[in-house]
Design a protein around this ligand. Structure first.
Ligand code: FAD
Length: 376
């Protein structure tokens, strides 16, 4: 009897796991995703700017699954019965599993302390919202007015990449900051807070080159229809506002009193990425609170971590089925690559080596093509 291995969520983690297990003969693979497409979040800034097309950042689940003899169910899972091994969809359909892998990712964080944040902001992790921002940016570009403003709140990797890509696009169209000012607001005293000084310095330089106005040490405290009030009372107007201050686990389907979660809605897993006390349930990707095996700190929720967790989990599912000893968590962060706008500018720190220019860019492109190759 084949084991029914069900993956909820075809993001970076889920797809990487499918890819590792798709040729295993003792397994019947099922992917459940509420979306028809895999969204490449790592490159969404290039979609907002208009540089990438939808085909560059979305990949059809149905097609991938058909080509690899995987069952695809396009449904949102709203509950899990862990004791009896089935999931329940929003349409109230029950699907049975032998092994379940929760890979539902994360959603953008919109703290309720920031007045009106839900009303005037959108989660960039949803393709419809990306279309909204892409169209809005295109209209701003086409208007050729002066004094337009794009505001990016959150100066971590995602916010920085978006701000740089947008500012680069403005420059490449022959416009300048008098036409459209890009402003990046970061509550800490630097962009890329907590990161290596090399990455911070290079990013600050790049923001200056691209005329991005960086505001540090101030928080957005209230959002209005066309302006943001900062924590010191200053008001900044905007024509387009992107809110990228972090993410929380997309943990809508696992509220079970026996399962441990952290305050960021992430599932706490054991050393094998199992969701205890359920021995046949694993969780991988942004939805888990995982530990870096080198530093013992929490792993950052990244595509890189998702892929490595998927590879380990694929091996462990096979071992579990065969009754072999599982491999414990051996995942550690290999580094980071950051796109600083346009086709030619990236920086990184990989295996403790600082990278910039062509090598960083080449590595970034390599990672993109290794991942997207799965769909070709
Ligand atoms: C702007 C931006 C830039 C980034 N840049 C980088 C980078 O340069 N390098 C890097 O390593 N990481 C980067 N990341 C982080 C990286 O994209 C995430 O860590 C990664 O996508 C997480 O993968 P995942 O599979 O856990 O979740 P996701 O990719 O979010 O996928 C989750 C999937 O689950 C599905 N789903 C959710 N709930 C349900 C449900 N109830 N029922 C059915 N389906 C469901 C969703 O539709 C989705 O397809 C970036 C993120 C952003 C937003």
């Amino acid at each position: 009897m084949k084991k029914r291995v069900m993956i909820i969520g075809g993001g970076y983690a889920g797809v990487s796991l499918l890819h590792k297990l798709k040729n295993e003969i003792g397994i019947e693979l099922i992917l459940v995703d509420k979306s028809q497409t895999h969204l490449l979040q790592t490159h969404l800034h290039k979609y907002i700017s208009g540089y990438y097309s939808k085909d560059d950042i979305t990949f059809n689940h149905e097609k991938y699954c058909k080509e690899n003899s995987i069952e695809f169910i396009c449904e949102e899972i709203s509950n899990i019965n862990y004791k009896d091994n089935y999931v329940i969809s929003r349409e109230n359909i029950l699907y049975h599993y032998d092994y379940l892998i929760i890979a539902t990712g994360s959603v953008s964080m919109f703290p309720s302390q920031i007045e009106n944040v839900i009303e005037y902001t959108k989660d960039i992790k949803k393709i419809d919202n990306l279309d909204f921002y892409r169209n809005k940016f295109q209209k701003i570009l086409d208007s050729h007015d002066t004094n337009r403003s794009v505001l990016v709140v959150g100066g971590g990797v995602s916010g920085l990449q978006i701000a740089c890509e947008i500012a680069y696009t403005i420059k490449s169209k022959g416009l300048n900051k008098d036409n459209i000012q890009v402003t990046l607001i970061e509550g800490m005293d630097t962009i890329l807070p907590g990161m290596d000084s090399f990455l911070i310095e290079k990013s600050i330089q790049r923001c200056a080159e691209l005329d991005i106005k960086v505001i540090n040490n101030l928080f957005a405290s209230k959002i209005l229809e066309d302006s943001v009030i900062l924590s010191n009372g200053d008001e900044i107007s905007y024509d387009m506002l992107l809110f990228v201050i972090g993410a929380i686990g997309n943990n809508i389907i696992s509220h079970d009193e026996n399962i441990q979660e952290n305050p960021r809605n992430q599932l706490i897993v054991d050393d094998y990425y199992k969701v205890k006390p359920y021995d046949n349930v694993f969780a991988i990707g942004d939805i888990v609170q995982a530990i870096d095996s080198n530093t013992n700190d929490f792993q950052a929720p990244t595509a890189q971590a998702s892929r490595m967790q998927a590879e380990l989990t694929a091996k462990n599912i096979l071992k579990d089925i065969n009754g072999d000893t599982l491999i414990s968590n051996n995942i550690s962060n290999k580094g980071i690559l950051i796109d600083l706008g346009g086709p030619n500018c990236a920086i990184g720190r990989v295996l403790n080596i600082n990278l910039s220019g062509k090598i960083a860019l080449w590595l970034k492109k390599l990672i993109y093509s290794l991942h997207t190759k799965k769909f070709n």
